[in-house]
Design a binder for this molecule. Sequence first.
Ligand SMILES: [Zn+2]
Length: 430
Amino acid sequence: MCGTDGPALPAANGGAASRPATRSNPYQPVGDYLSNVGRFQIIESTLREGEQFANAYFDTAIKIKIAKALDEFGVDYIELTSPAASEQSRLDCIEICKLGLKAKILTHVRCDMRDAQLAVETGVDGLDIVIGTSSFLREHSHGKDMVYITKTALEVIEFVKSKGLEVRFSSEDSFRSDLVDLLSLYSAVDKAGVNRVGIADTVGCASPRQVYDLVRTLRGVVSCAIETHFHNDTGCAIANAFCALEAGATHVDTSVLGIGERNGITPLGGLMARMVVTSPEYVESKYKLSMIKEIEDLVAEAVQVNTPFNNPITGFCAFTHKAGIHAKAILNNPSTYEILNPEDFGLTRYVHFASRLTGWNAVKTRVGQLGLTMTDDQVKECTAKIKALADVRPIAIDDADSIIRSFHLSLQNGQNETNAQNGAENAVTA
Ligand SMILES: [Zn+2]
């Protein structure tokens, strides 16, 4: 029963206005020359990886709506499905390029000259070229060896560069690829002048420490930017993206709500939650955080899913406090139990008071919201009545409110009776 139908509470000491202009941030990582946690870029792939989500079907109109919303939010790049996928995908690519967005438009294509030729004609700013390098994919998917892969990569890269477009070269399933193969391939494409190389945990097998090690090693081999792509099969997608940035990666792939193949990739909103805690000035100055809920709602509706209850920032109880001890502290100072400030996202915190775990401070706040007046002792007595009912059955906010109101009424009646008695006694005395 915790939720958005609970009472909204004022942001007491937690408002943005009360924050000092320059904050010393205890959550900042140890200074590290490799780390890019305060200067990363987002490659938003809802319109590519997200289109691979089981429920996704984006028509042209919804693609345009999503692209415009992501652009207004401030993502650096928007990645689109390969124009080689279908004729409509190609036409949509052309349409979105014509919108004149601030974000650069990329399309994700196989390392194949025909695909690249089709893509450069659509008006995109750059191509994200990908090929599988793991032994699994080399044997069971495309059947090509590393010599062939390197040769084709260099040809496609040269072609894209000759058209004046940005080019990223990525392996697929990087964490199950041979490290020596991977590093020599990346070294070759770096020398050929790619803008970025990409590391992709296509199967979601990597742990944060493995990510840190691989990206750090790669950072010592290439001079170009490093893009990263993490699937969430084992729940590490946000942590892996963060560790990649700490190890020197420069770009993170995201999708709204994390939608993508299987259970998807690093979610845009969840990554923002992580990064705003680490690098508040950078994140708040660059991205319009108050749009996260609106963008997630737009995509959730488009793919017919609900926002998960435990989603960072927008999960329905992300800013709901229930236990009496938490509620008391939150009412005094929200930082006691909140690492994120709901106001930064245009949201409000809730103190849940309709439960057996409630405390009198939460009830006192509710009494005030209902426009009633009680002494602290009276609030404590009323709190005991709420707890007594909540011990018998789950109670709704309405139940708790009616206990408060009838308790208040009985106080007034009692007060009136006392006054009447006093009056009668006075009359007798007189
Ligand atoms: Zn992927």
